[in-house]
Each structure stands twice: as C-alpha cells, then as structure tokens.
Write a protein that binds this ligand. Sequence first.
Ligand code: HQG
Length: 180
Amino acid sequence: MNEKEIKRVSKFLSFVLRHSPETINLKLDENGWANVDELILQSKNQEVKLDLDALTIVVETNDKKRFAFNEDKTKIRASQGHSIDIELNLNEIEPPDYLYHGTVAASIDSIKEIGLQKMSRQHVHLSKDKETAIKVGGRRGKPIILIVAAGRMQQEGFKFYLSENGVWLTNEVPAKYIQF
Ligand code: HQG
C-alpha cells in the first residue's frame, strides 16, 4: 500500500469508527470496538479495499496511531476523536503543567467568552507540545496556539485523560485557564 492508499483507508476508518458506523451497517460495542470480520464484510461495497493486511498496515503505520486492535486482533477501534457516544474507559491521569491547543482566528472571540468546548466530539483535545498543536490548528487555516494551564485546572478539580495514542482529553477548558 502506498501513502495515498493508507490515507484513504484511514479516512474511511475515521468516518465509520468515530462518527457513522451505521452508514455501512456496522455495530460498535459500548467501548467503540468493531468486529474486524464484520468491518471487512460491511466494507465490501465501499470504495476502499479492506482486508486484514490493509487494516494492520493502517494500525501500525498511521502517523497518529488513530486506531488500535484488541489483543487477538479480532476487534478494532479508534483511540479518540469520536462524535458518537461510546465509553473509552480512560483512566484519569495527572497532566503536565501546560498543554496546547491549536485553533484559528475565527474561533478566538467565542473561546475567550465560553472557553474551549467539545464542539461535536466527546472531549476537548489538547496536545503535549506546540508542534502538534500547530498541525491540529493548521487543518483549519493559519494556526493560533493557546496555552492551557492544565496543572492548575487539575488542582482545581478538572479531570484529564490520555488517549492510547497520546492525545490529552478533558471535558472543557474555561477561559480563565487559557493564555491567548
Ligand atoms: C474550536 C484531529 C468556537 C476548536 C486532531 C477547534 C485532534 C471552538 C474546533 C482532533 C470553541 C473543534 C481534534 C468555542 C473549541 N468556540 N470554537 N468555544 N471551543 N473550538 O476537530 O481540537 O486527525 O473537533 O479550537 O489531531 O481541532 O482526526 O477539534 O478548531 O486530535 O485524528 O472548534 O482531531 O485528529 O474541532 O481536533 P475538532 P480539534 P485526527
């Protein structure tokens, strides 16, 4: 598989495993796992060609490690980024003092007013370094990097989680913890 094919499969998996499994009549369990055989079968009439080899390549080589298998490779799920309501069973964990969020100018006024919100996802996504945040913000235009006082938030009762692929997650970030 070349880069382009890997990206296509990754995009397709993001769509069905994070947002819209019903599009291909796929059922996810309450923890977001899809049965691998069922996923392959239900993808037969789609434009991407899915088999166990393709899934393995995407799980292993994907730059962000967006997807993970269970131990015996019978199930697959997205490690974060869902808009559908699933329980990832993330453990609460102490964040570093500062985390970063990449966004764009058009969102700044609203963020100043109501803080960072989950929008359509299950969590607010934060990055451990500025470089990653620049990439995340850069998906939408010229990136603006916000610095989040995560350590102080946690001390004041907010919960933090770390997804399997290293994305920091929380439920909201009130504006007073954000350095603009
Ligand atoms: C913005 C990618 C107005 C927020 C990335 C962002 C990430 C507000 C957008 C993951 C707001 C939501 C998530 C407020 C937040 N008013 N705008 N109060 N609060 N926003 O895509 O963080 O490639 O849901 O700044 O790497 O951009 O998909 O979140 O611009 O980890 O694996 O609302 O998606 O990962 O956008 O990205 P998103 P995000 P994948």
